[in-house]
Design a protein. Structure first.
Length: 190
């Protein structure tokens, strides 16, 4: 009989305990439940309204390639069909490139490392391939028709070369030779 009495008290006290816990945690009311039912088109939905529609972006923006040269992080962004370089986390490190997106860093052949041409003691040159090749017969991944150079000086400033190689097909995993890198020597004039 004593066991039955304590069990009955526990079941009667449980709803009161839950109510006290809820009220001590900020006193939530049930309006959030009603709002969520309306938003999901539940029983309490307002007549004539459906589920809430989340607006979608017309153009996606995403990182197409990433590299680290020394202590500098470099990201290539595909932004609305254009190729944008972001060097480091500074706002002034954003540079629009001439090749169309998606763009990729030229890598050393047979390696996943970015190919870097050391022009002199303080200047390094990298290359970016873009303007993808579209062929129904044989699609090429990470290949493009244009290559533009990126010049990194000793202070960590990155500028785009005014020279763009095109007229051939370049692939990110095939690398470039020293002559091609020497064509990127001069930065784009402001």
């Amino acid at each position: 009989m004593a066991v039955a009495l304590t069990t009955g008290l526990a079941t009667a006290a449980l709803p009161l305990l839950v109510l006290m816990l809820l009220s001590s945690c900020g006193g939530q009311d049930e309006s959030h439940v009603l709002d969520s039912r309306r938003a999901s088109g539940g029983v309490d939905a307002v007549a004539g309204t459906g589920q809430l529609q989340i607006p979608r972006r017309q153009e996606a923006t995403f990182i197409s390639d990433h590299a680290r040269v020394g202590d500098m992080a470099l990201n290539l962004w595909d932004e609305g069909g254009g190729c944008r370089l972001e060097a480091g986390s500074r706002e002034d490190g954003k540079v629009w490139l001439k090749p169309m997106a998606p763009c990729y860093f030229i890598r050393s052949p047979g390696s996943d490392r970015v190919q870097v041409f050391q022009r002199d003691k303080t200047t390094r040159i990298l290359a970016v391939v873009g303007t993808p090749v579209t062929s129904k017969a044989r699609p090429r991944r990470r290949c493009g028709r244009q290559v533009q150079g990126l010049i990194m000086d000793g202070r960590g400033q990155v500028t785009a070369s005014g020279t763009v190689l095109d007229g051939s097909i370049y692939c990110a995993d095939k690398g470039l030779d020293n002559f091609q890198y020497s064509l990127f020597r001069q930065p784009d004039a402001p």
